[in-house]
Design a protein around this ligand. Structure first.
Ligand code: ADE
Length: 244
């Protein structure tokens, strides 16, 4: 049996999974700690990537070149952009986009991206998650008891997640990310991980729970909700492993 990789950016995003890991063993490669063991009877490798696209890409590269994997699940928090994406809500990323990759000229910023492997250039703004992993996450979301965070029970959304090397704390920028890419939530790693998984044809999905709404209050909300939101995302991952 091969392994499933589970990646988060920060400690609160992986601590619950780390605590649940059976027979954990740590292997340090290239400065990154990889924790192997079992979660819900499934062989996993858990990794904290660090914040931002460079850390995410580096960790994904080292991970994929050193472990035999049959899939990767990214778990963590995001800024909700969709009007229905309140703190604690789950966003299943079925498509990822680098929102800060493109052309900057006198007209402003134009999103643009490509896949380039062995000299092949191929326009690819969105990178799509594995449909089986998306389906599995939707199935698991019906079974998991999510923590209530906002004033109503948590909702589950599925769609585009945008990624940039920016913590977004501006309603105008948040609205741009929503309208330009139709992205339901924004974060700082997903599209980088997705890009590398696409190059390697490794099935992946990005699971996020909203810690804030990427608006003026984002930093305050993040501090308050990062714990319960990260827990909701991790619970969904555990639910997925249960169904595997
Ligand atoms: N992760 C959680 N909240 C975020 C935000 N507002 N912007 C970028 N990444 C985030």
């Amino acid at each position: 049996a091969q392994r499933l990789a589970i990646m988060g950016a920060m400690d609160p995003e992986i601590s619950i999974l780390m605590d649940a890991l059976e027979k954990p063993k740590v292997t340090t490669i290239g400065g990154i700690d990889f924790y192997t063991g079992k979660l819900n009877r499934k062989k996993v490798v858990l990794v904290k990537a660090g914040i931002g696209k460079v850390n995410a890409a580096y960790s994904t590269a080292v991970l994929t070149q050193n472990f035999k994997l049959d899939g990767l699940i990214f778990t963590g928090v995001a800024g909700g952009l969709h009007p229905d994406a309140m703190p604690g809500d789950i966003v299943i990323g079925s498509a990822l986009v680098q929102a800060d990759f493109g052309l900057l000229d006198s007209e402003g910023f134009t999103p643009w991206n490509f896949r380039n492997l062995s000299g092949e250039t191929h326009p690819e703004l969105f990178v799509y998650a594995d449909s089986s992993l998306v389906q599995l996450s939707l199935q698991a979301s019906e079974l998991v008891d999510f923590q209530p965070v906002s004033t109503r029970p948590p909702r589950v959304l599925q769609g585009v997640i945008s990624t940039s090397d920016l913590f977004v704390s501006d309603p105008v920028k948040a609205n741009w990310l929503y309208t330009e890419f139709n992205s339901l939530a924004t974060e700082m790693e997903g599209a980088a991980v997705a890009h590398i998984c696409r190059l390697l044809e490794l099935p992946f999905v990005v699971i996020r729970s909203c810690s804030d709404n990427a608006n003026t209050d984002a930093s305050i909300d993040f501090a308050e909700f990062v714990g319960p939101a990260a827990a909701n995302s991790a619970s969904l991952v555990l639910g997925m492993l249960e169904l595997m």
